[in-house]
Structures are given as structure tokens and as C-alpha cells.
Write a protein of this length. Structure first.
Length: 94
């Protein structure tokens, strides 16, 4: 189990499950923030990083900002994802 030929990445992403006592039981570190409800269900809250999904691709918004800031005419910028009127995520740079 884990990432093929990458034990370091596997160790960082697959952690011991703090909610179970079983040996070898693991959870996967997705980067999502969630909370438990009183009845034990887990509810998604948000991402803990600046990744967004656009048409099935994970996009790191900070990488777009870093590329824009390399241009001489750009001193500050902000990159966000917003839903358009059709429900599609779009990347917006300010």
C-alpha cells in the first residue's frame, strides 16, 4: 500500500489512524478539513491548502501567483477560483 517506490511520500501521506486502536490501521492525509457530527458522520469543511479542482485537474493557486509575480509589470496579485453562472470553477487573477 502507498506510493510505488516512494516510501518517504507514503510515510508522509498514510498516517496511523488516531480513531482506531487496530495495529496497521491507516488514514490518508488528503489536505481536506473536516469535522465529526454528533452521530459520528464526517462533514467536509474546506481545503487546508490552496489547491482547487478545475475540470478534473488539481491546480495550486500559489504557483499561478508565483508565475505572475515574475513579470516586471506585476508587483502584487491574488489568484482565486470562483464558480461562474454555469457552475464551473474559473480562475480569477487580481
Amino acid at each position: 500500500r502507498g506510493y510505488l517506490n516512494d516510501p518517504e511520500h507514503t510515510a508522509q501521506a498514510f498516517l496511523p489512524n488516531p480513531f482506531k486502536d487496530g495495529m496497521g490501521d491507516r488514514i490518508y492525509k488528503t489536505g481536506d478539513l473536516a469535522r465529526f457530527t454528533l452521530d459520528g458522520r464526517m462533514i467536509f469543511v474546506s481545503r487546508s491548502d490552496f489547491q482547487v479542482k478545475i475540470r478534473g485537474y488539481r491546480i495550486e493557486l500559489g504557483e499561478i501567483e508565483a508565475a505572475l509575480l515574475k513579470h516586471d509589470a506585476v508587483s502584487q496579485c491574488l489568484t482565486i477560483a470562483r464558480e461562474d453562472k454555469n457552475g464551473q470553477n474559473r480562475i480569477v487573477n487580481v
